[in-house]
Design a protein around this ligand. Structure first.
Ligand code: FES
Ligand code: FES
Length: 79
């Protein structure tokens, strides 16, 4: 079991999301990035739930090292 997330990509997933509830993958192993697909089972990671109030463009962290997860905080630049 590893406590280090897998880097899915060293840049954010910039996308437009509609209002709703989303589960961001924190482990980096989902094949449905940036969202959880259940692949974290057996690891110490769990997805981070985020509520989007209205349709908007977001930058979701792909490197899994952001301190402001699920959003990108620029941490990917130092990996
Ligand atoms: Fe990564 Fe669920 S698959 S947190
Ligand atoms: Fe992870 Fe930017 S993609 S901090």
């Amino acid at each position: 079991m590893s406590d280090q997330p897998t880097i899915a990509q060293k840049q954010p997933y910039v996308m437009e999301l509609e209002a709703g509830t989303y589960y961001w993958c924190s482990c980096g192993q989902s094949s449905k990035q940036p969202f959880c697909d259940g692949s974290h089972k057996g690891t110490s990671f769990t997805p981070i739930k985020t509520e989007i109030e209205e349709t908007k463009k977001v930058a979701l962290c792909g490197c899994k090292h952001s301190q402001k997860a699920p959003f990108c905080d620029g941490a990917h630049a130092k990996l």
